[in-house]
Structure formats: structure tokens, C-alpha cells
Design a protein around this ligand. Structure first.
Ligand SMILES: Nc1ncnc2c1ncn2[C@@H]1O[C@H](COP(=O)(O)OP(=O)(O)O)[C@@H](O)[C@H]1O
Ligand SMILES: [Mg+2]
Length: 367
């Protein structure tokens, strides 16, 4: 009999809490219903400010945390209402929480979202705090989704690359030969810089479909400048976040490029995301021919087109070709991670995160 789990995910984009109800049996996942619960603008602002050092952080964090937990619980309530299930039918919620600081090189990563309060407000067991155990074991604590990708997307007759384009972009290399270890890491910015630039210049949270960026061409000199960032050359394992790729990073990069139009910068940022993903794929998996995209970036037609140009030797498609809607892959992954924790099973991949060994991730907050 499959068991029901709910996965909650809100990534670096800070756009919404993605919630999905998943039936899980023998590690295989069937999504039953999903929704995206937008974060209120004020909370988004509070959380965004917490991603960088500032004054009075403990108090500001303590104020934001229950707000985020309440929004998480509302997302769960809405999902149950939509799907017609009751809390006591749900085995557990896997809640990622919101990352407000990620510095694995200094030994910490911090996701807030008070799982105790979510358990209290929903009456459902919550599994949270997935990343810190991996960091404690010397790992990056990220990306955590490759183990899930391996469980649901591995196929013995095709080398596959799964690319998640959220605020940051991360990829998983799944060799057809299952004796070859899975590789996974963050390639750099996904949507985050494009979102910031679009907000600044169009007053919109993102460049819908990539239409604005598609109006003009990238500036090759600026692209070259972006690519001097040492993160792109850094050896794996590696992970990144708003600590590096943020408005300050971008304004430093643009110092000598004030002559470019905002539109040209937008086009170049989109190309940066495509080129940095493609370069990593060519370097780490030169023989892969099948690339599957998930995350909000899959909705950016211009970005998808640039990826197809940069990876002309590959078939670049969305994960819907593998039977999972690209919008919900990450949320389903956190439902799966919760099922692993309740089953007392490990769910990091040391070869991906650099941890000393396999670890059971997360903490359980009983209903
Ligand atoms: N229709 C669209 N056109 C272009 N970009 C989109 C569209 N829908 C979503 N996105 C992008 O996807 C991002 C959200 O992706 P998501 O996978 O939720 O990221 P995260 O995991 O960081 O929250 C948005 O901030 C936006 O940049
Ligand atoms: Mg999101």
C-alpha cells in the first residue's frame, strides 16, 4: 500500500511555497495534487533581507520564522482541501524550510520554518532540517535532490542529466551504468539574477517566458566578464546561493558596462545561466545526450532555446517527458526525503555533497 506524504519546497527565488501530495511505495512517487502558495510580498522582503548580514538578525529571524511556518501550514491546508484528504491520512510532511544562509565552507547552513509550529498547525508529523546533518558530516548540505533523481529518473539505457533551474541551478548526472557514482552540484545562478534585473527595470518579479531578454542579443564581452567568476571553475563538490550571486555581485560585474542597455544585460544574464549549465554538462558528462529540465526555469522559453543552442549535441526537454511535471520535482523530492527519514534510511549521496558517508537526514516532529 502506498503511503501519502506532502512535500513543501521554497527555494532561493523566494517566489512561493510549492506543495505536493505524493503517494510513495518502494521509493517510487506518484504525485496526486499540487499547488504553489505565493509568499506575501512583505514576508518575501523580510526573508530576502535575512539572506545577507545585517542588524538585529536574531530578532528579525525569530519574527519571520513563524510567519513562514504559518504560510507553510496554509499551503498544506489548501492542498488537503483541493485533494479531499484529511490530515490523519498523511504520514508526514517533508518541509525544506527557507534557506536564509548557506555557508557550508564555514560549517553551517540555515533553513528556517519552524517544523514544530507546522506540526502544531496541521496535526501532521513534520520532517525538517534536512541539510544540516550532511554539513555536520563534512558535506555541502546541497544539492540533496540527486538521490531522489537517481531513485525516480535513472534508466539503464540512457545517460541522463537532470537540471533544476530555480533561483540557483543544480544538476544531477545519472550514468546509464549504475556502477558509476552519481554526480551533482550547483552550476551557479539559475533565475535569481534575471529576476532581480527584471524587477529593477520592468517592475515585474520575473521575465515572463523570457520574452524581454529574447528581444535582443547577449553582449559577449559582458558574458566573458561574468564567466571570470571563480565559482564557475571551482572543482566539485560545490554549492552556492544568494551569499555569492546577489545584486552586489552583479553591480560589481557591470562596473565597466554602463554603456549597455538594460535589455542587453537581461539577454546576457539569461545566456549566462544557459552557458554555465551547458559548460558544466560538457565538462562533467561529455557523452550525455539527454538533458531534462525542471524548476521554474523550464517555463522560460528563451532560456530553453539558449540551452538547446549551447547543447546542440543533446536532446533538451522538460522532465514531463519522464513523467514528472517540472514545476513539482523539488517538492516531490522533499516528500520522498521525508519518507526516507521515517523509514530510517539514508538520503544524502556522499559522492555529491562531499560528506564523509551516507547519513539519515532531517529531524522528526511528531504530530
Ligand atoms: N512563466 C515564466 N517565465 C519565465 N520564468 C519563470 C516563469 N515561471 C517561473 N519562472 C521562474 O522560475 C522561478 C521560480 O522557480 P522555482 O523552481 O520555484 O525556484 P526556487 O526553487 O528557487 O523557488 C521564478 O522566480 C522565475 O524566475
Ligand atoms: Mg520556488
Amino acid at each position: 500500500m502506498p503511503e501519502l506524504f506532502i512535500g513543501l519546497m521554497s527555494g532561493t527565488s523566494l517566489d512561493a511555497i510549492d506543495a505536493t501530495l505524493v503517494a510513495i511505495e518502494n521509493d517510487q512517487c506518484q504525485s496526486i495534487a499540487s499547488l504553489s502558495h505565493p509568499l506575501p510580498a512583505e514576508l518575501k522582503q523580510q526573508l530576502q533581507t535575512l539572506t545577507l548580514p545585517g542588524d538585529n538578525e536574531i530578532e528579525r529571524m525569530a519574527e519571520a520564522e513563524p510567519l513562514f511556518a504559518s504560510e507553510s501550514a496554509t499551503a498544506v491546508h489548501n492542498l488537503l482541501e483541493k485533494s479531499g484528504y484529511k490530515p490523519d491520512q498523511i504520514k508526514a510532511i517533508g518541509s525544506h524550510g527557507q534557506t536564509i544562509r548557506h555557508r557550508p565552507e564555514k560549517g553551517y547552513t540555515l533553513q528556517i520554518g519552524d517544523p514544530s509550529l507546522i506540526a502544531e498547525l496541521t496535526g501532521i508529523t513534520v520532517v525538517g532540517d534536512f541539510r544540516r546533518r550532511d554539513v555536520a558530516a563534512g558535506g555541502q548540505g546541497a544539492p540533496l535532490v540527486p538521490a531522489f533523481h537517481k531513485a525516480v529518473f535513472h534508466q539503464g539505457d540512457e545517460d541522463r542529466v537532470i537540471v533544476n533551474i530555480g533561483g540557483m541551478a543544480n544538476l544531477t548526472l545519472l550514468s546509464a551504468d549504475s556502477s558509476i557514482p552519481v554526480t551533482g552540484f550547483d552550476t551557479g545562478p539559475g533565475n535569481i539574477l534575471m529576476d532581480y534585473w527584471t524587477q529593477q527595470h520592468l517592475g515585474q518579479p520575473f521575465d515572463n517566458n523570457g520574452d524581454w531578454a529574447a528581444k535582443t542579443s547577449a553582449d559577449e564581452a559582458l558574458l566573458k566578464q561574468f564567466l571570470t567568476e571563480s565559482y564557475f571553475q571551482q572543482a566539485t563538490p560545490k554549492s552556492t546561493g544568494r551569499e555569492l550571486f546577489n545584486p552586489d555581485w552583479l553591480s560589481g560585474q557591470l562596473n565597466n558596462f554602463s554603456h549597455l542597455s538594460a535589455n542587453t544585460v537581461a539577454a546576457t544574464l539569461c545566456k549566462l545561466t544557459a552557458v554555465s549549465i551547458a559548460t558544466h554538462i560538457k565538462q562533467y558528462s561529455p557523452d550525455s545526450k539527454a538533458v531534462y529540465i525542471c524548476g521554474g526555469g523550464a517555463r522560460n522559453a528563451n532560456l530553453m532555446e539558449l540551452l538547446r543552442q549551447e547543447l546542440s549535441h543533446c536532446k533538451v526537454q522538460s522532465t514531463s517527458f519522464l513523467g514528472i511535471d517540472p514545476d513539482w520535482v523539488e517538492a516531490i523530492a522533499f516528500a520522498w526525503l521525508a519518507s526516507r527519514t521515517l523509514g530510517r534510511l539514508t538520503s544524502n549521496l556522499p559522492e555529491v555533497t562531499g560528506a564523509k558517508g551516507l547519513r539519515m537526514l532531517g529531524a522528526i516532529y511528531p504530530a
